[in-house]
Design a binder for this molecule. Structure first.
Ligand code: PEP
Ligand code: MN
Length: 295
C-alpha cells in the first residue's frame, strides 16, 4: 500500500500524502470495506455467519474419556453443533492442571465419532499445530495468545478453521490486525470471538464487551462468536449475557458446560450444568426468530 504510514501502535489515521487511512488500508483482508458481503464459513456441519446460529459447548478442559463423552452427548441433544474442550490449557499458574494433551485429543475424537459434533480445541504452540490439527475440526487460539505472531502464522499456514479469541487487553483494531496474520498466510477460515476484557470490575471475571459484537460486524465481514462464559466468569450471568450477545448480532456462542461443575478441574465457577445449558438453548430457540435467525 503505497503512501500508507504508521501502521502500528494506535490508530494510523494519516497517510504520507496527508489523506485519511481507513480500516481498509490496515485490515486488508479482514475489513468489511474491502469485502462487503458477510463471509460464511462451511463449518460445524453448516454455514457459520449465515442466518443459522451455532453453539459450541463443552467443558473448559477435557478431564476424562467418560466426562467428555457424557457432556458431548448432552450438548448434542440440546442442539449444539460444536464440542469444545481443552486438551492443552493456558493456565495462569504453572501449578494448575495443564490438560491431558494428546490423550485428551483422542477422547475428543471419540466424542466426535459418537455424536457427529465438530471438535473445537486450543493450540498453544506453533510446534503442536500439526498434532492438534490431526484431531480437531477447529483450532482455538486463546486470549493469551492473540499476539503470539509465530503461532498465528503457523495456524494461518495450516488452513485449518480457527476460533480466534480477542486478547483480554486488546482493542478491536489490534484484534483484527492480529487476525490478518492468519488470513495473510492464506487461511480465510477465521471466526472472531469476543470473550470479555479486563476492567476495574470485581463482580465479574471480565467485562463482556457487548459493544465489540456490533463493532466487529461493522468493521469486519468475518463471523463473530461470543463467549459469555469467560465474559462473565459466573454461571448465573451466562444466560443473560448469551441472550444479549445473540441480540447484538453474534453468529454463534461458545458456552462452557460441565456434568459436575463443582468438581471441574478448571472454570467450574462459570460452567453451566447440562440442564441449564438445555434451558438456555430453549430460550435461544425462541429468541432467534425475533432476530431473523434460527438455531
Ligand atoms: C477457554 O476457552 O477455556 C479459554 C482459556 O479461553 P480464553 O483464552 O478466552 O481465556
Ligand atoms: Mn475456560
Amino acid at each position: 500500500m503505497e503512501g500508507v504510514v504508521s501502521v502500528g501502535e494506535g490508530d494510523a489515521l494519516v497517510s504520507q500524502g496527508g489523506g485519511v487511512v481507513g480500516w481498509s488500508q490496515e485490515c486488508l483482508l479482514s475489513s468489511r470495506e474491502n469485502h462487503r458481503e458477510d463471509t460464511c464459513l462451511s463449518l460445524l456441519g453448516g454455514e457459520v455467519g449465515g442466518s443459522r446460529l451455532h453453539v459450541i459447548a463443552g467443558p473448559c478442559a477435557v478431564e476424562s474419556r467418560e466426562q467428555i463423552v457424557e457432556i458431548a452427548q448432552a450438548v448434542k441433544e440440546a442442539g449444539a453443533t460444536g464440542l469444545r474442550g481443552g486438551a492443552y490449557k493456558p493456565r495462569t499458574s504453572p501449578y494448575c492442571f495443564q490438560g491431558h494433551h494428546e490423550e485428551a485429543l483422542k477422547w475428543l475424537a471419540e466424542a466426535r465419532d459418537r455424536t457427529g459434533l465438530a471438535i473445537v480445541t486450543e493450540v498453544m504452540e506453533p510446534g503442536l499445530v500439526p498434532l492438534v490439527s490431526a484431531y480437531a475440526d477447529v483450532l482455538q487460539l486463546g486470549s493469551r495468545n492473540m499476539q503470539n505472531f509465530a503461532l498465528l502464522r503457523e495456524v494461518g499456514k495450516s488452513k485449518k478453521p480457527v476460533l480466534f479469541k480477542r486478547g483480554m487487553s486488546n482493542t478491536v483494531k489490534e484484534f483484527m490486525l492480529a487476525a490478518e496474520y492468519i488470513l495473510a498466510e492464506g487461511n480465510p477460515n477465521v471466526m472472531l470471538c469476543e470473550r470479555g476484557i479486563r476492567t476495574f470490575t470485581e463482580e465479574t471475571r471480565n467485562t463482556f464487551d457487548i459493544n465489540a459484537i456490533p463493532v466487529l460486524k461493522h468493521r469486519s465481514h468475518l463471523p463473530v462468536i461470543a463467549d459469555p462464559s469467560h465474559g462473565t466468569g459466573k454461571w448465573e450471568y451466562v444466560e443473560a449475557a448469551a441472550r444479549a450477545a445473540v441480540a447484538a448480532g453474534a453468529d454463534g456462542l461458545l458456552i462452557e458446560v460441565h456434568n459436575d461443575p463443582t468438581r471441574a478441574m478448571s472454570d467450574g465457577r462459570q460452567s453451566l450444568t447440562v440442564e441449564r445449558f438445555a434451558s438456555l438453548m430453549e430460550q435461544l430457540r425462541r429468541l432467534a426468530p425475533a432476530l431473523g435467525r434460527e438455531l
